[in-house]
Design a protein around this ligand. Structure first.
Ligand SMILES: [Zn+2]
Length: 321
């Protein structure tokens, strides 16, 4: 059996962690929580959107140990770690296998998702379900970051979404003018929500968050629009009509949607407190993350903070301590 350097390094890293300090720390923190009867790891936030990367990335690498250290600093109890495998998503694949291995010793805090590109060869509907089930059995709690260069309502996407619904994996998708594309008003996404009512969908990126406002043109779905939010935004309409769609407030796009019109942003948090998921899209050391100061400035009621910052995510993923 051929083993490349990548396998050797990651296996060795894993064994060091599992047998050494990582396992000891993990054991200690689990025991401490049991003694204190607190159900989840300590921290104000559940971050629904992070990545780990590898040394050859165009950005400085971010390994799990560095991610965990940053989480401790920022008060993040747990984080979803998202693979990126489609050619439109990253400069090299961050595979599900890599994410599963690297999070293995820290599963109380790092929640792996899986990723399958629906254009992959020989991927029949039963085979999709089989692969998703295997990933779920290995610990994956959702599909994403789904960042594929086809329309959101492409038949290959719909088939993948049906498979996710059957297996019970929520889908975190990136929507803009080159990935999971749609038109102003998001009619393609609406078709998906109608056709896959058992699926759970989580919207992310410029095209999704620009749609907090009405009056959009196609180019706006790639932008970070400024100024007052206009009435009749697609997101509010979809939230009001479909119970199976959520918003991941991470990244520049998520921050911009709320900071461009802070009064509207705060009201939107209050109105849709059950549909918003705190997230950062942290993927490189020392990355600026505007979400913390932004949500501090909103001064939201305690129960709204609890929902957006932590509880919606845990409920949606069925996490128990
Ligand atoms: Zn991302």
């Amino acid at each position: 059996m051929a083993i490349n350097n990548y396998d050797v390094i990651t296996r060795r890293t894993f064994h060091q962690r599992a047998l050494g300090a990582g396992a000891a720390l993990l054991g200690a923190s689990t025991l401490a929580r049991k003694a204190a009867a607190t159900p989840f790891p300590k921290g104000k936030y559940f971050d629904f959107h992070t990545h780990i990367t590898q040394a050859w990335s165009f950005k400085e690498k971010l390994y799990t140990t560095e991610l965990l250290k940053w989480m401790d600093t920022m008060g993040i109890a747990q984080a979803v770690v998202l693979p990126l495998i489609s050619p439109e998503s990253w400069d090299h694949p961050i595979t599900t296998d890599f994410v599963l291995r690297e999070t293995m010793a820290y599963r109380d805090r790092l929640i792996p998702f899986c990723s399958i590109d629906p254009r992959t060869i020989n991927l029949s509907s039963p085979r999709k379900r089989e692969m998703l089930q295997k990933y779920k059995d290995a610990g994956c709690k959702g599909l994403g970051e789904h960042k594929v260069g086809i329309p959101i309502d492409d038949p290959r996407n719909l088939d993948m979404f049906h498979a996710c619904a059957e297996v019970g994996l929520p889908i975190l998708f990136h929507l803009d003018n080159s990935r999971n594309t749609d038109k102003p008003g998001l009619p393609g996404l609406e078709k998906v929500l109608k056709e896959v009512p058992d699926g759970i969908f989580i919207g992310h990126a410029q095209g999704w968050w620009a749609s907090i406002s009405g009056g959009l043109e196609q180019a706006d779905l790639q932008k970070y629009p400024e100024g007052k939010v206009q009435p009749d935004g697609a997101i509010g309409r979809l939230f009001d009509t479909y119970p199976n769609i959520y918003g991941d407030v991470s990244a520049g796009s998520g921050a911009n949607a709320f900071s461009r019109d802070p009064e509207h942003g705060r009201e939107f948090c209050l109105k849709y407190a059950d549909r918003l998921l705190f997230g950062t899209d942290y993927l490189a050391p020392a990355q600026e993350v505007p979400q913390f100061a932004l949500y501090d400035s909103f001064n939201l009621p305690e129960e709204v903070q609890a929902k957006i910052f932590r509880d919606n995510a845990r409920k949606l993923l069925g996490l128990t301590a």
